[in-house]
Each structure stands twice: as C-alpha cells, then as structure tokens.
Design a protein around this ligand. Structure first.
Ligand SMILES: [Zn+2]
Length: 391
C-alpha cells in the first residue's frame, strides 16, 4: 500500500519558474500540539507549510542554541534531523521507544531526516563504499556499521520523521564524469531498493528521491529523469553547494529541475546561502536546508536587511541600536548590538542563543518575502534588491 495521500503539494502562483506553493501533511506524526502543550487536539493531524520554505537543521534532535517553542514562535513547522548522528547516539531504537522523534524532542510539527549516507562518508573512519551500501566505523567509538538501502529505511522508520530520504552516493567536488556516472548508477539502484523497503511499511512517512550528477548538466538531466520515473511524493537535488562556484551551481540545478515533475515538491539539499536561495527559488526550488544561519550565528555573523554583520567587530562595541532596525524579532526589539557583541566576546551562551534566534527569524521572513514577491510577480525586482547585499 502507498501513502501518497500523506503529503500533498500544490503550486499556487508562478513568476517565471519561481513558484509559491503549499505543502500539506495529512495524518502526519508531527503536527501534535500535545507534544508541547499537553492534551490531545483533534485538529492536529494536518499541517500546511507555505513554500518556498527553509528548514533549520536539528542534527542531534535539537536546532543548536534555540529551543523548540522559539522555533514555533518564529513560524517554523518543518525541521531536519540527521540520521547518521541520531542512529549512533542516542540510537534509532531508543527514539522509537519514545514513540518517534516528535515525542522524543517535543516537536509539534513536521520533521525530515536525511539518510545518513553523506555523514557516513564525510565523518566516519574506514569508509568502504560498495554497490550494496556503505560500511563505516563510528567517528565516536570506532564501532562498525553498515548502511544499506533496507537498513536506512528501517532506521528512518524508527526515527519516525514525516519525510525520509534515501541513501545516495554523493560524489565529492570536483569529480570526473566516470566517478559521477558511477554515483548515478548506485544512487538510482539504491533509490529503487529504498522505495521497495519503504512501501513494505510506509506508515505516515513520505520518501523523496535524490538525483545527483555533480556540475555536469547532462548527467543532472539523466539523473533527474531516472529518479522522476520512480514516482515518489517529492524530489531532491543532492550533491550541490559542495564547493562549486555559483556559475556551476545554477546550470546544474536548472538541468535537474527541468526534468522533475511540476506537481511535486523540489528540495535542494544542504543549500542555504542567500545567493543560492535566491537562485534556487528563481529556478523553481520549493525546499532548502542548511546549517549556515545557525552556524554563522554561533560564530557571530548575522544576516540583516543591509547584508551580513560581524557581531564581534570593534565598531559595534558602543552601539545601542538593534542588530537590524528593520527586523521585527524579539532580540532586535529588546537588546542592543553592543550588548550582544559583549556576550559573543565573552563566550556567553546567551550570545549564541540571541544571534541564532535573530538569524532564524531573518531566514523565515526572507523566505516569506520571496513568496510574496512571486505572488506579486515581482521576483526579478526582489533578486535585484537582495543579491548585491550578500554577494
Ligand atoms: Zn532580529
């Protein structure tokens, strides 16, 4: 049995290829007000997310330096969890014992988990890639593990996110065409195996396909076609934003999108710099995730309506102004830039919390403004205004 009714997507308006859409989760595990507020609510089984959407990354079942009610307060309804990390610690079976990740972390909305393949390659020791899967040693204690398509689907079922990603072979950048072709064969084969394993027990979960192809537009097109043939609830473009310049990012992404179905959500994995977001939305991407706004915030770099600001800069020491006078967030309404700078300079935890809240608030409203620009058919003007501030 398929659960194609669980996730629904519709495009509401178009400006060129840029699209404003609506992602609706039905019978999802995520939208449970009782996770935060106690008590059942009969109207909590449906959640609607306006796209384009940015998903904050909650690697260890926590978006670093911000609590769940603050994410809800900003407006976030969909966050990411990392399968590799959650599988190793605390263990997907332990999360299953809590009734899934939503209950475990008291998150009342939707969650997406990646497959863990990317981290298995990049973080673990003694990685061995075969046609069957990825063998690796934990970066924590050296223990041996094996991610196969069937395994990752089982682990992601235990974690219990609403959108689950298949294991894929993400070739490093730069990679030659031989390596990229090899990655396509493996990625497509693993996706078909993931689909079979997912359909055995789909529950509330929706499996997305991942296409690869590096910065080769022809291979990007081939991969998108092959993945689209599998008729899944949504489609991702992986292996971008891995160090390639924007002039390669745009044509590679464009080639993939051209061959993905128009009526399904499109997700570019690990992408979240402002120029990539603007270009991605312009090409027709609906979903993004990235550690950038939260990691930058912890390093003292904040996004504002006048570009990036380094909080630690000496020139802000006596500033009684907010981080961004045009920002409506509670941090900007309450605290002076000079005070937040002081917290960062002293390594105070509150400094990380305040700058993280501001950056995630900025990102949420930046995406909302892109959506409004699409609806008003003003996306070109939006791009012209914002791109120079972050280039
Ligand atoms: Zn703010």
């Amino acid at each position: 049995m398929t659960n194609s009714q669980t996730l629904q997507f519709s495009v509401q308006s178009l400006d060129g290829s840029a699209r404003a859409g609506k992602l609706t989760f039905r019978n999802a595990e995520g939208p449970r007000k009782d996770a935060l507020h106690g008590g059942a609510d009969s109207d909590t089984s449906c959640i609607t997310i306006l796209t384009p959407v940015f998903m904050p990354v909650g690697t260890q079942a926590t978006v670093k330096a911000i609590a769940q009610p603050d994410l809800v307060e900003i407006g976030y309804q969909l966050i990411l969890g990392n399968t590799y990390h959650l599988y190793l610690r605390p263990g997907s079976d332990l999360i299953d014992g809590f009734g899934g990740i939503h209950k475990f972390m008291a998150w009342p909305h939707a969650v997406l988990t990646d497959s863990g393949g990317y981290q298995a390659f990049s973080l673990s020791d003694n990685v061995k890639l075969t046609d069957e899967g990825v063998k690796f040693r934990s970066h924590l204690d050296g223990s041996e593990h094996y991610f196969t398509p069937a395994n990752t689907m089982r682990i992601e079922r235990e974690i219990g996110a609403d959108i689950i990603m298949p294991i894929d072979d993400c070739a490093p950048f730069p990679a030659d065409d031989k390596r990229l072709k090899e990655s396509l064969v493996r990625t497509h084969r693993w996706l078909a195996e993931c689909k079979t394993a997912w359909l055995r027990d789909p529950r509330h979960q929706s499996l997305f396909g991942i296409s690869q192809g590096g910065i080769n537009p022809g291979l990007r097109a081939d991969s998108a076609k092959a993945v689209a043939d599998l008729e899944l609830p949504g489609y991702a473009i992986g292996g971008l934003s891995v160090g390639e310049p924007l002039e390669h990012f745009v044509p590679a992404l464009g080639s993939a999108i051209e061959h993905l179905p128009k009526d399904k959500p499109r997700y570019v994995m690990g992408v979240g710099s402002i120029p990539e977001l603007i270009n991605g939305v312009e090409l027709g991407v609906d979903m993004f995730d990235c550690v950038l706004p939260t990691r930058n915030a912890r390093n003292g770099q904040v996004f504002t309506s006048y570009g990036k600001v380094n909080l630690r800069n000496e020139k802000h020491a006596r500033s009684a102004e907010p981080i961004d006078p045009l920002c409506g967030c509670k941090v900007c309404k309450t605290y002076a830039l000079g005070y937040i700078r002081h917290l960062h300079k002293q390594g105070e935890i509150l400094g990380l919390m305040l700058s993280t809240y501001h950056n995630l608030y900025f990102m949420f409203h930046f995406m909302r403004q892109m959506r409004e620009a699409i609806t008003a058919r003003q996306f070109a003007a939006f791009k012209q205004k914002w791109l120079p501030l972050f280039s």
